[in-house]
Design a binder for this molecule. Structure first.
Ligand SMILES: Cc1cc2nc3c(=O)[nH]c(=O)nc-3n(C[C@H](O)[C@H](O)[C@H](O)COP(=O)(O)OP(=O)(O)OC[C@H]3O[C@@H](n4cnc5c(N)ncnc54)[C@H](O)[C@@H]3O)c2cc1C
Length: 259
């Protein structure tokens, strides 16, 4: 930045790119925490963004099946399972207790190019919504150094999810030959989203109403895009990108109309 206006981006390895306009897609909170230079002079804006908490995080259990899966009940459908009927609850006591919500999907059946081969191999996934507090104790420890208690925790989560799966899909459960768990720590590491919050900032009335999440930030030439400027998920990220492009050049809206 020079005189309060953006001038470019410098990467971690020191490469410099000059630009009059810069768009950040890494998330609003991640942007203000990681990308801004010291002394930018917009602390009120940064503090407002920091006052909005993270969204939920999740565990995924990736499954491998072998056998006649369709005869055992596998379909192309997605399954949203809420045993108590409470759709706003998340699994806060992992690895014990029952996850309040579970998403189950079988990707191979949706892929027309999938070749199950002679062993009839298929993939599936279980996803449950959770809270960062369930893994927080290992957050500062690099992967590979989290110790036996983390491995034991992961094993308990995996066993819990397999047991839930077996309740709903008993015949399919018998065909599982492989499973691999990802925790919110993996989401944080792979997507860069703080606290594994793959849906970005929490959707509260404050988040929806705040001026701090506009595409055009108070820093001249600096823009936010993606889900945090609109709403969580892929549609929110798409429209966030579209609105950001339109706020840089309104002709974008006209081109959308023409097509
Ligand atoms: C397992 C999983 C399943 C999902 N399923 C669905 C679904 O079915 N439907 C749905 O609507 N949404 C789903 N989502 C959520 C969806 O992926 C997000 O809402 C969406 O991708 C957000 O888009 P975005 O462009 O705002 O951010 P992201 O897609 O998260 O993009 C941010 C990018 O910034 C990069 N980045 C982060 N930090 C830095 C840095 N410091 N420097 C440079 N680059 C950085 C990241 O690598 C990433 O490429 C799912 C997410 C996950 C993790």
């Amino acid at each position: 930045m020079e005189d309060g206006v953006v001038t470019g981006v410098e990467t971690a390895n020191g490469e410099k790119f000059s630009a009059k306009r810069i768009v950040s897609n890494i998330g609003a909170r991640e942007t203000v925490d990681r990308l801004l230079p010291d002394g930018h002079g917009h602390d009120d804006w940064v503090n407002e963004i920091r006052s909005i908490g993270p969204n939920i995080c999740h565990y995924s259990l990736f499954l491998g099946f072998e056998g006649d899966v369709e005869a055992a009940g596998m379909t192309k459908s997605n399954h949203w399972l809420y045993p108590t009927g409470e759709v706003d609850a998340i699994w806060t006591d992992a690895p014990v207790g029952t996850p309040q919500g579970m998403f189950v999907s079988f990707a191979s059946l949706k892929d027309p190019a999938h070749d199950p081969g002679p062993q009839k191999k298929y993939a599936g996934e279980i996803m449950v919504w959770s809270d960062w507090s369930t893994v927080e104790q290992w957050a500062g420890v690099p992967p590979g150094e989290r110790g036996d208690d983390y491995q034991s925790f992961k094993q308990q989560v995996a066993e819990n999810l397999l047991s839930q799966f077996a309740n709903y899909f008993p015949r399919l459960a018998e065909l599982i030959v492989f499973h691999e768990l990802s925790t919110p720590l993996a989401t944080a590491s792979i997507t860069g989203h703080r606290m594994g919050s793959f849906y970005g900032l929490d959707v509260t009335p404050r988040r929806v109403m705040t001026d701090a999440l506009r595409m055009k930030t108070p820093i001249d030439g600096f823009y936010l895009t993606g889900q945090d400027v609109l709403s969580p998920g892929i549609p929110g990220a798409f429209w966030g990108g579209f609105l950001c492009a339109g706020s840089i050049d309104p002709k974008v809206f006209m081109s959308m109309r023409a097509s």
